[in-house]
Design a protein around this ligand. Structure first.
Ligand code: ATP
Ligand code: MG
Length: 876
């Protein structure tokens, strides 16, 4: 057994199966493409579903890949077992209806035991099979010659994720020897049990049944092989490393962490766990961010947030008190960037994202402490126990680590209901597992379309109209020779100008006609073997296979679709020019009336940025740039710097859309010949649609002109209302605003003067209530002090009067009341004030001859003044 590095093992595996005529499929991004059933790519097969369920037939039925995978269901194991990660690499070989069990077993055995490759001692290998899988038993025992005692039957060895292909599996274990038995739970010490001695390295799945919608199982028309071997585990055995973390895939990360923390790995168990957790999580987060995910409060983003928080929490065991994790992303890029180039290319962006999130969490921790203190006070009033569900909420919603809750509670002489917490955690896991199970299923294989192998030529790049022979009529998954019944049907022709939806570009619409027969095409999609399938409504007549029809694409729509498609390419490049190279397409929709482009970027765009982007695109339109479209080998395209769509799978020969070297993209869509055809480009909205993903909607040509026309009409309307020429509008608005300011000032001083006049004429203000002179009025005053001054002023002119004044200022009410000394035996200022203050929602009080108060409800001032008068009336 030769020692090899992780990178060498990956290469060796790919090389081995390449020699066995397998096609190498690149590692797909961790964020699933066109598949909302999965949160993350979690295995090699997850990216190949379209082949497994027959939607697409691969060029070569034998496939090999090294696939990045994220599994969050293993998260609580990470750091505590030798073999679990949240991010790992799965090496897999696959057969789509080609070889089956025997060959799959033979390949695996050869690769593992052949001295030229891994060269394991065969006596250290064990396998498990499904109890009823006699084929597997025979192959292992007879063809391979494995002793029966080393073939273990395990009921759970059946791979079934709901609807779609499924079947028994067989796992291969490596015996690491008795020194690995430590801590294994009783009764678990066998291959397939919960232990570290018998290490599962490879899983071979023999998918031979269709799990149908009704729950029944039927043999699969085309049987598949799906295998997965964990690279890190293989490396740990080959490198004689006690755990995956002691392999060369991890040691550089551990070394960087030693440097950052000043702690040493390999001396203390708790410290080592922290090292493992952090080095695992940094890989996951770095790769996920490189593949377009970003921390947020839901779904995928939430997983990243929790991973970062979990790592930060464990960093406490290393006495780290600052944002640090982002620095490790450099080491991850160094270790892995050779094969997974995007972690290297995007390292700055990755670091920025992680750093921000770490810093945010440090703030969150403070917030968590505040919430904890609330719980503490409550617990102190009750039974001195912090409820399990509260601790869970702290952990789950606020990201406040459970250990911290425990630690604080301990210090405060309280305890935490651990059972309750664990129960909540269990339920959470259950929810996650169910969500995963129900979401993972594939589609049931449909044989009708998969069986059609005659090609259908797509002529739509050059033409919009075509005479074509109808080759297949499919109704409700049945092939027919002719159809007379009106309604929806799927049709295939020997050739077609209709574009099938792909690359964001919508399908063409149009008509199919011959004699009396007339159909309307509503959508077009690609069959498993690549032909365009027309979904159409038969409006009249009969259709027959073998007859010729006129296929006509709706011209007007197509013309606008292609303007928008080329504009989308210009926009993509303009975004990179303006915002930076981290901008990557996250989704695109090209329709006739508008285009929509989603891309990764952290912040909202400023008006200036939007303007710059718009200007760049329009400049490229005005420059009359020619659009060159050509096919070339993918290597050549890469050399030309063609932007490949993230995660898209390309064949060996690719179609390159080159807009005069300004934008060079791999694309199968239809474009204008010259950018001038786009006419005009206008962004109509920019918004955020999720963490770190922005969306731009834009229009071109006539639709862009319409936007300006509408703006012009609005401007004309304003000019008409202002009664000026359009060119004078701004000046006029300025002068109108100046007028308004002036009038406001004038109004204010007029009001003040009127008040003064009113106050100076005491006789006008005063009234007689129950024989007493009373002045009850609202007066202007900027503060309680000003109000008292007004009061003194009035009092000096009317010493015999009971005076109650109110004023309001910014929603607050001030009140003041005086009663002449000689009347205080009958009526007291404090009593009047009490009623007034209550009416305006406040408080007040004072001496019998003088009281002050206030409130917050100015709308009740009139009532308060009336209450004062009523009080006086009833006192005499
Ligand atoms: P285990 O029982 O050890 O958790 P599994 O049965 O869940 O593994 P499979 O789904 O069979 O694993 O995946 C195939 C292979 O991928 C495994 O044999 C193993 O080598 C690797 N693997 C699976 N899960 C992980 C993980 N969390 N971390 C590292 N490698 C893994
Ligand atoms: Mg397994």
């Amino acid at each position: 057994m030769k020692k090899r590095t992780g990178n060498e093992l990956r290469e060796l595996f790919l090389e081995y199966f390449k020699n066995m005529d397998h096609m190498v499929e690149p590692s797909a991004p961790l964020v699933p493409i066109d598949d909302d059933s999965l949160l993350w790519i979690n295995s090699g097969v997850a990216t190949l579903k379209k082949y497994f369920d027959g939607r697409v037939i691969p060029e070569n039925p034998k496939i090999v890949n090294a696939q990045k995978a994220i599994r969050t269901n293993d998260i609580e194991n990470v750091g505590f077992t030798a073999r679990h990660h949240t991010f790992f690499e799965m090496l897999g070989n696959f057969s789509i209806g080609d070889y089956f069990k025997k060959e799959a077993v033979e390949y695996a055995w050869d690769f593992l035991t052949n001295k030229q490759y891994i060269g394991f001692d065969p006596d250290l290998l064990y396998v498990t099979i499904h109890p009823e899988d006699e084929d597997a038993y025979r192959i292992w025992s007879e063809d391979i010659g494995l002793e029966p005692s080393r073939i273990i039957r395990i009921e759970g060895n059946f791979w079934d994720i709901g609807e779609g292909p499924c079947g028994p599996n067989s796992e291969i274990f490596y015996d690491r020897g008795p020194s690995y038995e430590l801590d294994s739970p009783a009764g678990e010490l066998y291959p397939g049990g919960e232990n570290e001695r018998y290490l599962e390295i490879w899983n071979l799945v023999f998918s031979e049944f269709n799990h149908n919608k009704d729950g029944s199982y039927t043999p699969l028309p085309k049987k598949n092989i799906d295998t997965g071997m964990g690279l890190e585990r293989l490396a740990s055995v080959i490198q004689e490393a006690p755990t995956n973390f002691d392999t060369d895939l991890f040691t550089p990360i551990l070394a960087s962490l030693e440097e950052i923390s000043g702690s040493r790995y390999g001396r203390d168990e708790a410290v080592d766990t922290a090292f493992k957790v952090i080095s695992d999580h940094i890989r996951t987060v770095s790769f996920a961010v490189a593949d377009g995910a970003l921390p947020s409060n839901e779904g995928r983003g939430y997983v990243l947030r929790r991973l970062i928080r979990r790592a930060v929490r464990f960093s406490k065991d290393l006495n780290i008190k600052r944002a640090f994790m982002y620095e490790l992303a450099d080491t991850v890029a160094d270790v892995m960037g050779g094969f997974y180039t995007n972690v290297r290319e995007r390292r700055d962006f990755i670091k920025e994202v992680i750093k921000k999130e770490e810093e945010r969490f440090l703030v969150t921790l403070d917030e968590g402490i505040r919430i904890y203190e609330g719980l503490r006070d409550e617990a102190r009033k009750n039974d001195s126990v912090i409820k399990g569900e509260d601790a869970f909420r702290l952990y789950d919603t606020y990201g406040f680590p459970y250990e911290l809750t425990q630690e604080y509670a301990g210090q405060d002489g309280l305890s935490v209901d651990e059972e309750g917490f664990i129960e909540e955690m269990k339920q959470q896991r259950e929810r996650a597992r169910n969500a995963r199970k129900s979401g993972e299923s594939m589609q049931v294989q449909s044989e009708t379309l998969a069986g059609i192998t005659e090609p259908s030529e797509f002529t739509g790049y050059q033409s919009k109209k075509e005479e074509a022979v109808l080759t297949h009529i499919i109704k409700d998954d049945n092939a027919l020779d002719s159809l007379a019944e009106t309604g929806e049907v799927e049709l295939l022709f020997d050739r077609t100008p209709f574009y099938a939806v792909s690359g964001g570009q919508v399908a063409d619409k149009g008509t199919i006609e011959s004699g009396d027969s007339r159909l309307e095409v509503t959508s077009v999609y690609k069959a498993p073997n690549g032909q365009n399938v027309h979904v159409a409504k038969l409006l009249s007549g009969t259709i027959n296979t073998g007859e010729t029809y006129t296929l006509a694409v709706s011209r007007d729509e197509r013309n606008f679709i292609i303007k928008n498609h080329t504009a989308t390419h210009l926009l993509h490049q303009a975004l990179k020019d303006t915002l930076g190279d981290h901008v990557n397409q996250a989704g695109s929709l090209v329709e006739s009336e508008r285009l929509r482009f989603d891309f990764s970027h952290l912040e909202g765009l400023s008006d200036a940025e939007i303007k710059t982007i718009e200007e760049i695109v329009n400049e490229k339109i005005y420059e009359n740039l020619e659009v060159h479209i050509s096919e070339m080998p993918i290597e050549e395209a890469k050399e030309k710097g063609a932007m490949a769509l993230f995660g898209e799978k390309y064949g060996n020969v690719v179609r390159v859309v080159d807009i005069d070297e300004y934008s060079v993209e791999l694309c199968g869509g239809i474009h204008v010949r010259n950018t001038a055809e786009i006419g005009l480009f206008k962004i109509v909205s920019e918004s955020g649609i999720g963490a770190g993903v922005r969306r731009i909607e834009a229009v071109t040509s006539r639709y862009a002109a319409d936007v300006y026309k509408e703006k012009e009409e609005r401007l004309n309307e304003i000019a008409a209302k202002l009664k000026v020429k359009e060119s004078q509008v701004v000046k006029k608005v300025d002068s109108v605003q100046a007028d308004i300011r002036e009038l406001k000032e004038e109004n204010k001083s007029l009001k003040a003067r009127r008040q003064d006049e009113k106050l100076s004429n005491i006789d006008e203000l005063a009234e007689t209530v129950a024989g007493v002179r009373v002045i009850a009025a609202e007066v202007p005053a900027g503060s309680a002090k000003e109000l008292r001054e007004t009061m003194d002023n009035i009092k000096s002119k009317a010493q015999d009067a009971v005076i109650a004044l109110a004023s309001q200022n910014e929603g607050k009410v001030s009140l003041v009341v005086t009663v002449p000394k000689e009347l205080t035996n009958t009526v007291r200022a404090g009593d009047i004030m009490k009623e007034m203050a209550e009416a305006v929602g406040g408080k007040g009080g004072g001496r019998p001859d003088m009281a002050q108060g206030g409130g917050t409800d100015p709308s009740n001032i009139t009532i308060a003044l009336q209450l004062a008068k009523n009080h006086i009336k009833s006192s005499f």
